[in-house]
Design a protein around this ligand. Sequence first.
Ligand code: 0WD
Ligand code: CA
Length: 383
Amino acid sequence: RPGQNHHPAGPSTPPSSPPTQSLSIQRQLYERDFPLYKQPVEVGHFSLDSERRFFNDARQLRYYVEPEKSCPNFDLRDGYRGRFVKRDDRVKEKLDHILRWILANRSKLQSKDTAASSSPCALGVDIVTWRGHLTKLLTTPYETREGWLLAVTRMGGTLYISEVETEAARRDRENRTERHEEMMYWGYKFEQYTCADDAQSLPDPGGVVNTNEAFCTVVQTRLAEHRLLFSGEVDCRDKDPKAPSPPANYIEMKTSLEISTPKQRSNFHRFKLLKWWAQSFLPGVPRIVAGFRDHDGVVVSVETYHISKISQLIKNETNCWKPTVCMNFCCEFLSFVKSVVTEDDPRVVHLFSWDPHRDVTYSIHRDSQYSFLPDWYVREMTS
Ligand code: 0WD
Ligand code: CA
């Protein structure tokens, strides 16, 4: 075995040896016991309004209203031309909203185990990132199409992980077809048909869909030895006041093409359920409500998926994904990052790069275009 490759199951290396240069993504390396993943705890939340302004509260949280009929006939194309305000996805917000939340809630974070720790770490967490970035890590062992770039900076002992758009993703974004643009709207429109602004009211399908608006949960958890703090967008909550406390009352909304053949069912299990599972499992969101639509964007059925039952649902599929591989790979990647990114400096970025069928590699950048921790955050955290 080449000594340059980071081997997850290999013998432990002495602490003084230099970090390895790459991380293998071969699935069989990660087929072992499911790692410890602590029940995620919501430590806070925030909202982004119709102009993408940050609020340290739950004003954008919506309430799920179960459709009247199992075949609701929601027309997802309605309003695309006249009642749609689309977020400008050329603007890269990086971790800014999470950092704003951290500054506003620092007191809630400095935890007890930090005080006892021999190497005090300012925030009491090892990793700060978006949930969506972790989802990409979880699905990497099974991804054959899209690579990723993740920028990592260590400051005050905490590793901040922020995605960088790949060249391929930028090309895809700039060359979307009109049909694709419209289909991206359908998911948001489905949310509008099923979500109300408060527990007493009904959804308003006649209103404007504005994708600047968001409610995000901030959760803390631990994956093996990695203490994680991440945020993810939450579509809505259970409106029953007796529902369990967050994140157990949250619901993820999805749309998908209706399933009409065994091949489609198998593909749904093997590819789509992997992404759905990874995204909701991470923050402890227990349920997904899926609207199955036809080619014209009409929802023909609605189904609920319980995250805890998805692994059972896929068990009969040949060549299927395994939750343990996803979690072990993510855990190993975070260990790899910790071993590589030792310099504690907000101006230094280690750019981790992965392309399908390749190992994970990295490059180092000082005072470059990749630096992503804003001055207002660095100043506040180091003063
Ligand atoms: O600037 C960036 N590179 C990114 C910013 C990348 C990823 C996310 N974000 C931020 C935004 O501030 C957004 O409010 O992500 C927030 C959502 O983060 P997340 O929950 O970690 O992302 P993810 O799990 O990938 O997506 C959750 C939902 C999506 O729902 P579906 O059902 O399609 O998975 O957030 C929406 C989308 O509705 N979404 C985004 N919203 C704004 N900017 C983005 C995005 N880049 N990606 C997904
Ligand atoms: Ca959704």
